[in-house]
Design a protein around this ligand. Structure first.
Ligand code: AMP
Length: 211
C-alpha cells in the first residue's frame, strides 16, 4: 500500500498516519519529521533546512526529493508506506512518480477550513522525543507537559506560532493545493473531510484502505 496524505498544516495527517501505519504495518515517512530531527541534531541538512522551516517556507525541491529517494529504498518500505507532507509541490509529485517502479495507490486530500486549522495549530504540542501529537484543549496529555507514551517533554513547534502558521497556510494554498489537480487528472485523488474529531476520519480511512 503506497499512499500520500495531502493537506494543509494541522489537518491531522500525522495523527491519521500513526493510526494507519500501525494498522497496515507500514512506515510513515514524514519529511517534516526528518527535517526536524536533522535540525535537532545540527546536521548539514538540518542547518540547510532551518531557515526555511522556521519561516514556514518550503525547503527546496532538490533537497527534499533527495531525502525521499534515499528513504524509499530502505527495506522497511518494501510492503508500502504513507507519505506525510510529501509531495508539496507539483515538481515533487512528478519526481515521486519518476522514482516509483509501480504507481501510487491513492492521494488522500485532507479538507479542513483555515479557521479550524488556526485553532488546532496554536494549541498543538509535540513530544520532542517520539513525535507524539497532543492539543492543549482537544487532546491533552494525561501527564501534563510530559508525553504519555515516553515521558518526553512536550514542546510547541517553532513553526506553530501564529505568524508562521499564516505563512504556512498561504504556502499551502499557493504551492501545494495545485497537486490536487495533478492527482485528480491521474485518477488518484480522494478528498476526505478532516474537520472535527480524528476518530471519525480514522474509521473512514481504515475502511477505504480495507484495513
Ligand atoms: P510538516 O511537519 O509537514 O508541517 O513540515 C514542517 C516544515 O518542513 C514545512 O513547513 C517546510 O518548511 C518543511 N517541509 C516538510 N516537508 C516538505 C516538503 N515536502 N517540501 C518542502 N518543505 C517541506
Amino acid at each position: 500500500m503506497k499512499v500520500v496524505f495531502l493537506g494543509p498544516p494541522g489537518a491531522g495527517k500525522g495523527t491519521q498516519a500513526a493510526i494507519i501505519s500501525k494498522a497496515a504495518g507500514i512506515p510513515t515517512i514524514s519529511t517534516g519529521m526528518i527535517l526536524r530531527d536533522a535540525m535537532a541534531q545540527g546536521t548539514v541538512l538540518g542547518k540547510e533546512a532551518e531557515g526555511y522551516v522556521k519561516k514556514g517556507e518550503l525547503v527546496p525541491d532538490d533537497v527534499i526529493i533527495g531525502i525521499v529517494k534515499e528513504r524509499l529504498i530502505q527495506p522497511d518500505c518494501e510492503k508500502g508506506y504513507i507519505l506525510d507532507g510529501f509531495p508539496r509541490t507539483v515538481a515533487q509529485a512528478q519526481a515521486l512518480d519518476d522514482m516509483l517502479p509501480d504507481a501510487l495507490d491513492t492521494a488522500f486530500s485532507f479538507e479542513v477550513a483555515d479557521s479550524e486549522i488556526m485553532a488546532r495549530l496554536t494549541g498543538r504540542r509535540e513530544c520532542g522525543a517520539c513525535g507524539a501529537i497532543y492539543h492543549i484543549k482537544n487532546g491533552p496529555s494525561a501527564k501534563g507537559s510530559a508525553c504519555e507514551k515516553c515521558d518526553g517533554e512536550l514542546i510547541q513547534r517553532a513553526d506553530d506560532k501564529e505568524e508562521t502558521i499564516r505563512n504556512r497556510m498561504d504556502v499551502y494554498h499557493r504551492q501545494t493545493e495545485p497537486i490536487k489537480d495533478y492527482y485528480k487528472q491521474r485518477g488518484k485523488l480522494v478528498c476526505v473531510d478532516a474537520s472535527g474529531e480524528p476518530e471519525r476520519l480514522a474509521k473512514e480511512l481504515l475502511k477505504r484502505l480495507g484495513l
